[in-house]
Design a protein around this ligand. Structure first.
Ligand SMILES: O=C(O)CNC(=O)[C@H](CS)NC(=O)CCC(=O)C(=O)O
Length: 252
């Protein structure tokens, strides 16, 4: 976790140097464990997690908002797979969190062994880059939840992710573009890349798609340094797309 925090701080510096107002980090940025027991054992409460406290401090010191995926202990003894919005003062206000609703049980991965599913869709967060709807990774396959955020006027939807390589190759870009086209929102999907342990490798291809479905960023995931892309979130463009093709007024 201290290693991951150090990598995050490199990205914070890159973001600040590039003039960014917000930085989007992947799902499970604190750690990816080798098995469900380890994942549960490593989870720390938000109040005392050195990873999260360090990231909040970095946000405050650099006046940079940060979206990050972490693990948090749940009352059931399992953990929540959580997406947090840290604002540019380093604060996670009430309502700035979302717990992954759809857990990923596929092939060798049984997320439900360790993760307690969340039970609600968070209101979009009013941020320095617009109204941000928080979702996570496998939620990407369930259009309903992103359309619920569209009805709540989300301008940006985030999917911090750690997709598997085969499902990523088959579906990742198509799903992200579809969600952006349907919701007419910016879709931002920071993704883990490469080998985590002998059993797990993530697909990568961190991607940003604009409200028309155009891919603005697709990071190659090469080399050893953490990579970052830079985009302008153009809220006027988002409005224009919605005005010219008002999908919500129609019924079906
Ligand atoms: O394990 C952790 O700590 C973090 N969580 C994840 O990486 C999760 C659960 S295993 N991964 C996914 O949801 C991949 C979804 C996917 O690949 C797909 O929908 O095709």
């Amino acid at each position: 976790m201290s290693h991951n925090l150090a990598l995050c701080k490199i990205l914070v510096k890159k973001a600040v140097d590039a003039g960014a107002k917000a930085l989007f980090l992947p799902e499970a940025t604190d750690y990816i464990a080798s098995n469900p027991q380890e994942s549960i054992a490593l989870a720390q409460p938000m109040e005392s997690s050195p990873f999260l406290l360090g990231l909040k401090e970095a946000a405050r010191d650099s006046s940079l908002a940060i979206n990050v995926g972490i693990h948090v202990p749940a009352k059931s003894g399992k953990i929540y797979n959580r997406s947090c919005w840290i604002d540019q003062t380093g604060t996670i206000k009430p309502g700035y969190i979302y717990d992954k609703v759809h857990v990923f049980d596929y092939g060798a991965l049984k997320e439900s062994n360790s993760v307690e599913p969340g039970s609600s869709i968070a209101e979009p967060v009013e941020t320095i880059v617009g109204r941000v709807g928080l979702l996570i990774c496998f939620d990407l396959r369930f259009p309903e939840i992103s359309l619920a955020l569209k009805r709540k006027n989300a301008q940006v939807i985030t999917y911090p992710s750690a997709f598997t390589v085969p499902t990523g190759k088959a579906h990742w870009e198509t799903l992200l573009r579809a969600r952006a086209i349907e919701t007419q929102a910016y879709v931002i999907a920071a993704a883990q890349v490469g080998a985590h342990n002998e059993k797990r490798t993530s697909y990568g291809h961190s991607m940003v798609v604009d409200p028309w479905g155009k891919v603005l960023v697709d990071l190659p995931g090469e080399g050893t340094d953490p990579e970052m892309g830079l985009v302008d979130i153009d809220l006027d463009y988002h409005e224009k797309i919605k005005r010219e093709m008002p999908l919500l007024r129609r019924t079906c």
